[in-house]
Write a protein that binds this ligand. Structure first.
Ligand SMILES: [Zn+2]
Length: 347
């Protein structure tokens, strides 16, 4: 009998990842098989038969993205038919139908029936979800959310996105719009966000907005931010979130003031979410979360002071890094395999 494998795909905005692993190996690593076992991303990495990541060429479209991904997957599968396919997509999807609604970065993705296309190409059932939900599912099953029954995963990078797990299941909301924590308003009189509202978490805490805020402060206060200016080599356009945290770490007060404002906004949003839903854990991933212990302390303190004293607020770093959506894709495929075998047993 040929080994039963899972195909996991992550369509990022600029980079695409495909991975193949054996179903049997996955069961051995499943939390229910080995309760209490700590799994680090390095160890779980050994699960994979093969993983490949490629950057999308400039000017790519849905067609070129699909071709690139299908070619990578075919190479990795080397002729074997997958038992199931899980897909994380960096944009809104109709996960019930397996249809991509659109991509905010790449043209041509409007209403692409991705699950059907994968069925035609690989002859296997596929489940598709957006990257935030997939990452939440990945962390829940393989990362920092293991053992929790409810969590909110939040990625803080170019934007602020999130995914819910409630009672052990992804919660996508009516219309699939749950998890827009980035557009939780924390200051209605605050600056304008790209969504058209004022004072959203994303407006304060995302990398590009913090960089823009830093540039504005530098322009207004020529006597401040010497360290940050030096790091940018005088070219303020080079400033990004990483540079901000570097400067803040070296004592640049202007850089820290921007990071602190972002961290406080994020923490306030988290505190509000805690009051509303009371999940067991909040898991934070994305580049901005690498801003050092002071940033984390500020997020936690703001969340703590926003939530009611009786509401527990446990905020931890993500464990699966950039690969969280890919792990979520594995979980989606794993569920298909489980359901498939249950159906077979019933027959
Ligand atoms: Zn907004």
């Amino acid at each position: 009998m040929e080994p039963r494998v899972i195909l996991a795909l992550d369509f990022g905005g600029t980079k695409h990842t495909a991975g193949v692993l054996e179903v049997r190996a996955l069961w051995n690593y499943s939390p229910s098989a080995q309760p209490g076992e700590e799994i680090t991303p390095g160890v779980t990495g050994e699960l994979w038969t093969a993983v490949r990541r490629e950057f999308a060429p400039p000017g790519s479209s849905a067609q070129t993205d699909l071709r690139l991904m299908f070619d990578m997957a075919s190479d990795l599968l080397a002729g074997s038919r997958p038992a199931a396919i899980g897909v994380s997509f960096g944009g809104p999807v109709d996960s019930q139908q397996g249809v991509v609604r659109l991509s905010h970065h790449v043209p041509g993705w409007e209403n692409i029936p991705l699950a059907s296309l994968l069925w035609e190409e690989f002859g296997a059932p596929a489940r598709v979800d957006n990257d935030a939900n997939a990452a939440a599912l990945g962390e829940y099953r393989f990362g920092a959310g293991r053992g929790c029954s409810s969590l909110l995963y939040i990625t803080v990078s170019t934007g602020v996105g999130s995914g819910w797990i409630l009672d052990g299941e992804p919660w996508r909301g009516h219309g699939g719009m749950a998890g827009e924590s980035g557009h939780t308003v924390v200051d209605p009189s605050g600056p304008l966000c790209l969504c058209g509202k004022h004072g959203c978490v994303e407006r304060f805490a995302s990398g590009p907005y913090m960089a823009a805020d830093a540039r504005e402060l530098l322009a207004r206060h020529p006597e401040q931010g010497a360290l940050l200016r030096a790091l940018a080599g005088g070219d303020l356009e080079k400033i990004d979130a990483r540079m901000l945290s570097q400067a803040a770490e070296q004592g640049d007060e202007l850089a820290w003031s921007v990071l602190e404002r972002g961290a406080r906004a994020l923490g306030t949003g988290i505190g509000n979410a805690a009051n509303l839903v009371n999940p067991q854990r909040f898991i934070l991933g994305g580049g901005v979360t690498k801003s050092g212990p002071r940033w984390w302390e500020t997020v936690r303190a703001a969340a703590r002071s926003t939530a009611l004293p009786e509401v527990e607020v446990d905020i931890v770093p993500a464990r699966l890094g950039d690969h969280a959506p890919l792990w979520g894709a594995v979980a989606l495929a794993q569920d298909l395999v489980t359901q498939g075998s249950q159906t077979e047993r019933r027959i």
